[in-house]
Each structure stands twice: as structure tokens, then as C-alpha cells.
Design a protein around this ligand. Structure first.
Ligand code: PLP
Length: 402
């Protein structure tokens, strides 16, 4: 049976070239990079090569601006907590309503238990940031602005340089969660107002358990983990050598494939979207269609339940998601779709398809062949769907699970 992996925003397959590059560092060169003896071989050198590959992917000025971490979540937490610790007189934070929980739950904690004021900037129906609300929230009381580069559910790309320049004008640190953007769209931190940027290995064909935080030279920094002198004292703990070497190789490959991602992968995603919208009625795409990651498609199938769609897709060997991995599994629509004010009847039936450079025409064909009959079957069972389409209860369409 044919299958299709369309859940690359949740995680990607480790690239075989990445896997090959790290195997000797499990069994032959397993020494600690800080040791004097040679059991580590050239592992210390390989870590620095990895740092240089990250520098290239990010278009950063210096390789010393890259700190290796354990994941995107650690990078996000480190950035915010560092900025707060370095500027104790500034007690406000700005973020958006559509961030990943790695940012939102930390902000919620800081607000409830540490006395910080957090501004959550809203988005419109297309997921675009409200610039007026952002302007109003900015002041010299703000320690850090953290705005995601691209949204994990819809792929919407924020105008990050504009947001960063506005934050800098008020003396605030600007951080961006680029976990979904890194490796998919070009980045050029050399000519940027961004102070800190997070990324995660498993979203770009490296293994899980490694990430990086970019910190611009001159940015005041306070480590999250204190201990040994690893990462120049900015992130203590024996290095995840295999993870870091893998991330370096993955960054190198991502840079080589950027053009492919933005042409071939984009065309595949567009064919998938056009194919579904062309033959399934009462269906629409979420996000900013003018400014979107090339691999992501969030499609709302009105009047049916996303979990049911996922189950039937899964039976057809199609992997997709009904929101971010953290929110799927609950019956509430994701906080991102709610922030965008997508009606309940559509938000509940929203599926995220996310492709990668490994996606194929055959996979798209398989999804296009399987999805329409699945939707038709589920709509036949829906109380809000009649013989000829959606049925009204006289007061408009009642929310299915409100
Ligand atoms: N930020 C965004 C936008 C994400 O999509 C994710 C993961 O889904 C994270 C942060 C967390 O990254 P990690 O899984 O490496 O902790």
C-alpha cells in the first residue's frame, strides 16, 4: 500500500547522510570533547565545524553567536529568561497569541508567578500580526519581544524585520522562534535587527534532542544552565556531540536545498492544496497566502471533526496533524485557529499537511486520491450535512462542539 508522510512540521526523518556522518562518534570517537586524551579524536573540531554550518544557514556574522542546546523549547526559554535577568528594571514582555507553547506557557508562568506583565498581540483572520496593537504595547518597560518567524500550524510568516526594528527603537531585546522557518526560507542575521533566534534539529532532518540559540554579539546574556565551561560558559553540560555534529550536517544540507524547498516543495504543496480545494466543497486554506512557508498547508474541512479525518487518513497510511502535536488529541480547536477567529464548524475540521524535501509526487497523488472520499464519508455521518450540503438549524450553523 502506498503511504504519505505529511507531518514534517511535527518532526522530520533524519537524513541518511546526517545519520552516516555521526555513526563513528557513537562507537569510535566517543571521548568527551573536553578531555586531553585522544578518545574523542577530532570531535572538538567537528563541533566547531557544526557551529560554522549553523552560522552559514543563519547568515550570522560570527560562529561564536551560535550556542547549542537540547531543543527548540530550551532555546526559547533561555532567550526569554536571559533577557529578563539581564534587564531587571524592565518588567514587561511582548509576544503573540499564536506562539508555540514553548513560549506561551513560559509567559503564562512569568505572568502568574513572577509578576511580569505580558502583552499578547492578536492576529487577524489570516494570522497576520496586529501592528497597531504591537505599536501600542511597545515601551521602554519591555525587556523582550518574542515573535515567531513562521507559524507551525499555518506557515504564516510574520514581518520579523519590521517587528525587530520597532522593538530595538524602544531598547527591548528581540527574539524570534524560528523553529519552523530555519532551513525552509533564507535567513540573513548579519543584516538584521534580530538579537536572538531559536531553532530545533528535528525539524530539519537532524535527530531529536538538539537545538541552537543564536545570540548576537554584544547582547547581554545570562545562562539557563550553570556548571561546566561548555559553550563558553553559556550552556553548561557535556555536549551532545552526535546531536551537534548531526545538526551541523543537517544545516549544511538545508542550505543546499533552500532553492529546492522554495520551488519544488512549494509546487508540490500548491498542487496538493489546489487538488483538494478543487474537488472538495466547503473547504478553505488558513493563513497568510501572500507570506507563508513553502511546505505547510492548513486546510479546514467544514462540518466534520478533524480527529475523525486523521483517523481515516491514518488508515490509508497518510500522516498529517490536526494542529500542533501538543494540541492534537484534545477536542478543543488549537489556540492558533481560535486566535484567528476561524469558526468552530471549520476549526474542528482543520488538518495540517506539512511536506519536506523528501516528499514526492506519488505521495501527493496518494493524498489526493484518498482524501475526497474520506471527507464525503464523514460528511454523510455529520448532523450538519444533508444530501445537498450543509443544513441550517434556522439560526445559522450551530457550532458542532461549542
Ligand atoms: N517552536 C515551534 C514554532 C515549534 O513548532 C516547536 C515544535 O513543534 C517548538 C518551538 C519546540 O521545539 P522542540 O520540539 O525542539 O522543543
Amino acid at each position: 500500500m502506498t503511504s504519505a508522510y505529511m507531518d514534517n512540521n511535527a518532526t522530520t526523518r533524519v537524513d541518511p547522510a546526517v545519520l552516516q556522518s555521526i555513526l563513528p562518534y557513537f562507537s569510535e570517537y566517543y571521548g568527551n570533547p573536553s578531555s586531553m586524551h585522544s578518545f574523542g579524536g577530532d570531535v572538538g573540531k567537528r563541533l566547531e565545524e557544526a557551529r560554522a554550518h549553523l552560522q552559514s544557514l543563519l547568515g550570522a556574522e560570527h560562529d561564536s553567536e551560535v550556542i547549542f542546546t537540547s531543543c527548540g523549547t530550551e532555546s526559547d526559554n533561555t532567550a526569554i529568561l536571559s533577557a529578563l535577568a539581564a534587564q531587571p528594571n524592565r518588567r514587561e514582555i511582548i509576544t503573540s497569541t499564536v506562539e508555540h507553547p514553548a513560549i506561551l506557557s513560559l509567559c503564562d508562568h512569568l505572568e502568574r508567578h513572577e509578576g511580569y506583565r505580558v502583552w499578547y498581540i492578536p492576529v487577524d483572520r489570516q494570522g497576520r500580526i496586529d501592528l497597531e496593537a504591537y505599536t501600542a504595547a511597545l515601551s521602554d518597560r519591555v525587556a523582550i519581544v518574542s515573535m515567531m518567524y513562521a507559524n507551525n500550524e499555518t506557515g504564516t510568516i510574520f514581518p520579523i524585520e519590521t517587528l525587530a526594528r520597532m522593538a530595538k527603537a524602544k531598547g527591548a531585546v528581540f527574539h524570534t522562534d524560528a523553529v519552523q522557518a530555519a532551513g525552509k526560507i533564507p535567513l540573513n542575521l548579519r543584516d538584521s535587527a534580530i538579537d536572538m533566534l531559536s531553532l530545533s534539529g528535528h525539524k530539519l532532518h537532524a535527530p531529536k534532542g538538539v537545538g541552537a540559540l543564536y545570540v548576537r554579539r554584544g547582547t547581554r546574556f545570562r545562562p539557563l544552565l550553570r556548571g561546566g565551561h561548555q559553550e563558553r560558559g553559556r550552556r553548561a553540560g557535556t555536549e551532545n556531540t552526535t546531536g551537534i555534529i548531526a545538526l551541523g550536517r543537517a544545516a549544511e544540507l538545508a542550505l543546499e536545498h533552500l532553492e529546492y524547498e522554495n520551488t519544488v516543495v512549494r509546487a508540490l504543496r500548491d498542487r496538493l492544496e489546489a487538488g483538494i480545494l478543487g474537488c472538495v466543497p466547503h473547504t478553505f486554506v488558513n493563513g497568510d497566502l501572500e507570506s507563508r512557508l513553502p511546505n505547510t498547508s492548513s486546510i479546514s474541512f467544514e462540518y466534520i471533526e478533524g480527529e475523525a479525518i486523521l483517523m481515516l487518513l491514518s488508515r490509508a497510511n497518510i500522516a498529517a496533524s490536526s494542529g500542533s502535536a501538543c494540541t492534537s488529541g484534545s477536542l478543543e480547536p488549537s489556540h492558533v485557529l481560535r486566535a484567528m477567529d476561524i469558526p468552530y464548524t471549520a476549526a474542528h475540521g482543520t488538518i495540517r499537511f506539512s511536506l519536506s524535501r523528501e516528499s514526492t509526487e506519488a505521495e501527493v497523488d496518494w493524498v489526493l486520491a484518498q482524501t475526497p472520499p474520506i471527507i464525503e464519508q464523514l460528511r454523510r455521518l455529520s448532523p450538519y450535512w444533508g444530501i445537498n450540503g450543509p443544513v441550517s438549524n434556522g439560526t445559522g450553523f450551530a457550532p458542532v462542539y461549542a
